[in-house]
Design a protein around this ligand. Structure first.
Ligand code: NAD
Length: 424
């Protein structure tokens, strides 16, 4: 087929290439036409802006800002803004496409987008950052909007930056428009449940996977790589449902306890220790490789990309992998994992709890109403469970692993929606 080449990417082995290789398999299995394939691959809109900012020393520095809307076929585009010195339009374009599939797989009415600003937020004062964020927002006034494109935080940004964006956008329109961004501070219309949302989605997928594999959660064991936002809440919520968390890890290494780690204690320890488990005494020290290949029913990679390579895949003992991180499994590891009969719940499904609660934040802002934490948890669980079941069913119907099935579900939805809407 005359498929378009994927956008040029700096690193050949990056997770986006891995993702696209799976996208291609799914597109071929679905038998979508070359025309639709090319539409789905080509970003709808790409904007680059220069943002002059007066620095604290009185000099003007110009920053570059990007926003790529990969698709707005399913609805307004959705995706975070990355603040990093090496952020590049190719990377932003790749991440935008990833958001399209993630939103489609959990069936929320959003397209995919991503933004970026080339800056080093750690070296900037609060005032400089605020001027930069307001400058970016002002330059993107015609791009973003609650019905067009809804940014959120990503690496290097958080609720504070979203508050400035919301304020700048609102001032430009002469009214308060909280639904223009998600990930805002709670007092500004942020949602309850956002902090633990991604870990919660991982927990729901892990329980659903265990059910399919006939593993009793009360007898199950689990290893969690990465003890940040996603990993710690996934561990805590699984543990509350009976699963024994035998090992956790972070940058400082792995921590193992055959009786199960006390997760509340580990979370409190890490919080008091600047986000590190270094010195945690409730366990014995192991390496990250030990953790990934140890004997445990469930493995939750929730740290970074490409940690499960061919070597780790060969040694893997888990029966179920639930991908909290984006792109933790290299595409070369896929066949080994599949051959072993391991059930791998892919990132675009397993970690979509975060964007789901972002969607709830937008819905609440538009309703002008606040939902309780209980309602948010219940609705997140329902969406995640239904999405898991949909993808699992597609994996049976097409006789493919869940990873390919997730792309099949997502591509099918976007392609069908496009066909109903029509083009020129
Ligand atoms: P975080 O910064 O809060 O935590 C990352 C954790 O991983 C930290 O404990 C860190 O020490 C650990 N880590 C880093 N490198 C490691 C290594 N080599 N070995 C072991 N541990 C290592 O980040 P997060 O928000 O929890 O995100 C984790 C992953 O989940 C990322 O891939 C992110 O893109 C993805 N993700 C996050 C969200 C979200 O809502 N936070 C949503 C979707 C996907």
């Amino acid at each position: 087929m005359a498929y378009l080449e994927p956008a040029p990417i700096k690193d050949k082995e990056n997770p986006f290439d891995s993702m696209m290789s799976r996208f291609d398999i799914a597109a071929k299995l679905l038998g979508i036409s070359d025309e639709i394939y090319n539409i789905l691959k080509t970003p709808a809109r790409q904007v680059i802006v220069g943002i002059p900012v007066t620095m604290d020393n009185g000099k003007i520095q110009v920053f570059e800002g990007y926003r790529v809307i990969h698709s707005n076929i399913l609805g307004p585009a959705k995706g975070g803004i990355r603040f990093a010195p090496d952020v590049h339009i190719d990377e932003v374009r790749a991440l935008a496409a990833w958001m399209t599939w993630k939103c489609a797989v959990v069936d929320i009415p959003y397209g995919g987008a991503k933004g970026g600003i080339t800056c080093n937020p750690r070296e900037m004062s609060e005032g400089e950052l605020e001027r930069l964020v307001r400058g970016y927002t002002s330059a993107m006034l015609s791009v973003i909007g609650p019905d067009k494109d809804i940014p959120a935080p990503d690496m290097g940004s958080g609720p504070r930056e979203m508050a400035w964006m919301m304020d700048e956008f609102s001032k430009a329109h002469g009214m308060t428009i909280p639904a223009v961004v998600t990930g805002k501070p709670l007092v500004l219309g942020g949602s309850l449940g956002r902090v633990e949302a991604t870990g919660r989605g991982v927990m729901v997928c892990a329980l659903a996977g265990m059910e399919r594999l006939h593993i009793n959660p009360y007898k199950a064991t689990c290893a969690v790589q990465g003890f940040g936002n996603v990993g710690s809440y996934a561990a805590k919520l699984l543990n509350e449902r009976g699963v024994s968390i035998l090992a956790i890890s972070d940058m400082s290494g792995g921590y193992y306890n055959d009786k199960g780690i006390d997760i509340d204690k580990a979370m409190a320890y890490s919080q008091a220790n600047k986000g590190s488990l270094e010195g945690f005494d409730g366990a014995e020290k192991i390496t990250n490789e030990d953790l990934l290949t140890m004997k445990a029913d469930v493995l939750v990679p929730a740290a970074k990309e490409d940690v499960i390579d061919e070597n780790i895949a060969r040694k893997l003992q888990a029966k179920l992998i639930v991908e909290g991180a984006n792109g933790p499994t290299s595409h070369k590891a896929d066949p080994i994992i599949n051959e072993k009969g391991v059930l791998a719940v892919p990132d675009i499904l397993a970690n979509a709890g975060g964007v789901t609660v972002s969607y709830f934040e937008w819905v609440q802002n538009r309703l002008g109403y606040k939902w309780t934490a209980e309602r948010i948890s219940r609705r997140t669980d329902r969406i995640m469970k239904e999405s898991f079941d949909r993808v699992y069913q597609a994996s049976i119907d097409y006789n493919v692993p869940m990873r390919i099935a997730a792309y099949i579900v997502a591509i099918d939805k976007v392609a069908k929606t496009y066909q109903f809407r029509g083009g020129y």
